[in-house]
Design a protein around this ligand. Structure first.
Ligand SMILES: NC(=O)c1ccc[n+]([C@@H]2O[C@H](COP(=O)([O-])OP(=O)(O)OC[C@H]3O[C@@H](n4cnc5c(N)ncnc54)[C@H](O)[C@@H]3O)[C@@H](O)[C@H]2O)c1
Length: 270
């Protein structure tokens, strides 16, 4: 259903790797709500070619950018304004990757070079994006930036490894930059803390499948889907949420505030 919530708005969507990606659903929903967009991903992700399908479906252009490269991000923001015909109204940061997780290295024996990479790709990239956007004055007044995060930023989930620190840093950057960009141009910066979702990044985590069902049985509403995450992102991009900034918003079916559910208690009945 379209209410044209994003009619006339211009956006940049990062991280749509394939049709399971949360960013894919966000781009799809933003298009249905009347937005014009540029899609971007790391040059290596482009080789898989999937993003072209989304570009066609949403009538968007694709501009490759490694989110750790200030040079690439500068080109991204410059070209996006040219392609879309003006300053940007919304940005989705949907980027996460840990070489330590990929290589099954345990948290207590982290490879520190990889650790740097995890933080650079998954967290510092948000700072780089915002700093580039500010330097170029690429964002419109009251623009909205949303980054996707996970509750392991607040609580320990052993399988989440060094991504826990990356997400804690990401959320902190959203608050700190949210202050500065808010003062300067009323730009809003929020993080959405999403339920476990079956995507490439999600499923790359060992034990993810089991945990997915655990979280689902704890949450009174069940796990939040990628589609409903897209609805929330669109709401945050829209003018209806123009006073919401520097927040971490749990989008998890109630998981974060539930101690235990009767379904889980049943499993431990003596
Ligand atoms: N899937 C989940 O369970 C879950 C839960 C909470 C939060 N998140 C977060 O949602 C976001 C999107 O992940 P997803 O689950 O849709 O998985 P995904 O694998 O589809 O998306 C991750 C994206 O990051 C991109 N990326 C990696 N390195 C990059 C780089 N250097 N430059 C630019 N892009 C790069 C990948 O190409 C990919 O498109 C991530 O931040 C993830 O941590 C996911």
């Amino acid at each position: 259903m379209s209410n044209n919530l994003l009619k006339g708005k211009r956006g940049i969507i990062t991280g749509a790797l394939d049709s399971n990606s949360i960013a894919w659903k966000v781009a799809d929903q933003a298009c249905q709500q009347g937005a014009k967009m540029v899609l971007t991903n790391a040059p290596v992700a482009m080789r898989m070619g999937e993003i072209k399908k989304l570009a066609e479906a949403t009538n968007s252009e694709v501009i490759p950018a490694d989110a750790t490269s200030v040079e690439d991000l500068t080109t991204l923001f410059q070209k996006s304004q040219e392609v879309l015909g003006g300053k940007i109204d919304f940005v989705l940061h949907s980027i996460g990757m840990s070489p330590n997780v990929r290589k099954n290295i345990s948290y207590t024996e982290l490879n520190y070079e990889f650790y740097h990479k995890s933080l650079d790709i998954s967290a510092m990239s948000l700072h780089k994006m915002l700093s580039v956007a500010m330097k170029l004055d690429a964002l419109n007044e009251s623009a909205s930036v949303v980054a996707l995060t996970y509750i392991a930023a607040q609580r320990t989930y052993p399988f989440y490894n060094d991504m826990a620190e990356a997400k804690a840093m990401l959320e902190s950057i959203a608050r700190s930059f949210g202050y500065h960009y808010g003062k300067k141009k009323r730009v809003r910066i929020n993080t959405v803390s999403q339920s476990p979702t079956k995507t490439t990044a999600g499923s790359g985590i060992k034990g993810f499948e089991d945990f997915y069902y655990y979280a689902d049985s704890i949450s009174p509403l069940g796990n939040a889907s990628a589609e409903s995450c897209a609805d929330l992102c669109v709401a945050l991009f829209s003018d209806l949420t123009r006073m919401v900034t520097m927040q971490n918003i749990y989008h998890d079916g109630g998981y974060s505030n539930t101690g235990v559910s009767t379904e889980v208690m049943e499993k431990f009945k003596s």
